[in-house]
Design a protein around this ligand. Structure first.
Ligand code: FMN
Length: 346
């Protein structure tokens, strides 16, 4: 039924013509859309491009060349299933020239018996590959003067740098969660004075408010990964792990935070009005990115160099390499299509 081979269109023979025509008649009523389904973010301009199959999507990001502006957000480790997931994700990054962050590598700081679940550098070729730790662990390591463990971790993994996740609401909602003793901005400042590797800072699904964004962008971090509200929500997830009384008492908490849309405005205004005070000028739009259209929207509208990222969007396919491959091919094809025919409505 689906014949999508436009590149081999032949004006003289069209073998599929008869079955296509019958499909059209059969599916015409099903294909009707309601007016309120219109995606109002874009102008659709069909007049000024070919199909753009060969569009170059490459971008230099975090000091490396990505073949497309897509990042796989930090996800899991610490289970046997994670080994398959991480390996598939790494392979796909290597194949399509994307970058990825590991899930929290906390377990590896003191014991490398699970290193095989994270040992994926070879699959990635030379694509950007970042280890991941929570700010609570960084605070403790600094306190104990054991920050050398982070250098060891990066060396063991052959990682290009470190992603630090800031997740106070998740920690608060997590039954066994950590508590920070000092402000994350101070911890990051302290680490930056000692670290010789690139650092990226992210949330885990609530995003950052304007003051946090401004202070983070003033620091010499390499990129800010927004991990905004609207997708996977770890405050909610942790509450789902707790008892009913606690769930009911705190359930409004998981609706706190900032969407990518809101943070985009904050960041663009900062760039326009205080750009010269900012040290970090690379953004990863993530958190609730549903597909390439969302991604294209944010990176097109961003005044700063940016890419987009998904976690759950990749997780859905990550245990089966062939499905993952098809999924990523669709994302890249979609980005090329968007580049060819869509501009942003202001
Ligand atoms: C299964 C799973 C595990 C995750 N583990 C981590 C983690 O260890 N460290 C981290 O910084 N973020 C972690 N995240 C958060 C993601 O990196 C991302 O910020 C968040 O899921 C929002 O993106 P999404 O809406 O595309 O899923 C995890 C997400 C998922 C789905």
């Amino acid at each position: 039924m689906k014949e999508n081979n436009s590149s081999s269109y032949n004006i003289e023979s069209d073998d599929k013509s008869s079955s296509r025509k019958s499909d059209h008649i059969e599916l015409a009523f099903q294909s009707a859309v309601a007016k309120d389904q219109l995606n109002n973010r874009f102008n659709y301009e069909p007049m000024f491009s070919g199909h753009g199959q060969d569009t170059d999507l490459s971008i230099n990001f975090l000091g490396k060349e990505l073949k497309c502006p897509i990042w796989i957000s930090s996800m899991t480790g610490g289970t046997e299933k994670a080994k398959v997931i991480n390996k598939n994700l790494a392979k796909i990054c290597g194949k399509f020239g994307m970058g990825m962050g590991l899930g929290s590598c906390r377990q590896l700081l003191f014991d490398d018996s699970r290193i095989h679940e994270f040992d994926i550098r070879d699959e990635l070729n030379n694509q950007p590959f970042y280890a991941n730790l929570g700010i609570a662990q960084i605070e403790k390591l600094l306190q104990e003067k054991e920050e050398y463990r982070i250098d060891d971790l990066l060396k063991t993994l052959s990682a290009d740098g470190l992603i630090i996740h800031i997740n106070p609401l998740q920690e608060w909602m997590q039954p066994e969660g950590d508590r920070y003793k000092i402000a994350p901005i101070e911890t990051i400042n302290m680490l930056l004075q000692k670290a010789e590797y690139p650092i990226v800072v992210k949330e885990v699904g609530q995003g950052f408010g304007p003051r946090s964004i401004k202070e983070l962008l003033k620091l010499p971090i390499k990129a800010l990964d927004l991990a905004g509200f609207g997708g996977t929500n770890f405050s909610k997830l942790e509450l789902l792990r707790s008892d009913k009384i606690r769930y009911n008492a705190f359930k409004e908490v998981y609706n706190l935070g900032h969407s990518c849309e809101e943070m985009l405005e904050i960041i663009n205004n900062l760039y326009l009005n205080e750009g010269e005070d900012l040290s970090c000028k690379q953004i990863i739009f993530s958190g609730g990115i549903r597909n390439f259209l969302d991604g294209y929207y944010f990176i097109s509208k961003s005044k700063m160099k940016s890419i987009y990222a998904q976690a759950s969007g990749f997780l859905k396919y990550a245990t089966d390499y062939e499905s993952l491959l098809d999924h990523v091919e669709c994302q890249i094809e979609g980005l090329k299509m968007a580049n060819s025919f869509l501009t942003i409505k202001n």
